[in-house]
Design a protein. Structure first.
Length: 66
């Protein structure tokens, strides 16, 4: 994982959890639960959406035969 952490500018959820562990454990647990819920929603959405596979051959129209 690649992430930057500039104080007050950028922060990812894992870094927010880590920062909150020393300050307020309840907030850290709430952020962790939020991360789990969002991750689960993304996984369920990806699993339930019908995906179609495009190949380069299906995008090329062939010329009509003579």
């Amino acid at each position: 994982m690649f992430a930057g952490s500039f104080q007050g500018v950028t922060q990812t959820l894992p870094l927010a959890i880590y920062a909150q562990l020393d300050l307020d454990r309840d907030v850290a647990i709430a952020i962790g639960a939020l991360l789990v819920v969002v991750s689960g929603a993304v996984l369920v959405t990806v699993k339930l959406l019908p995906w179609t596979r495009f190949t380069s051959a299906s995008l090329i129209r062939s010329a009509p035969s003579a």
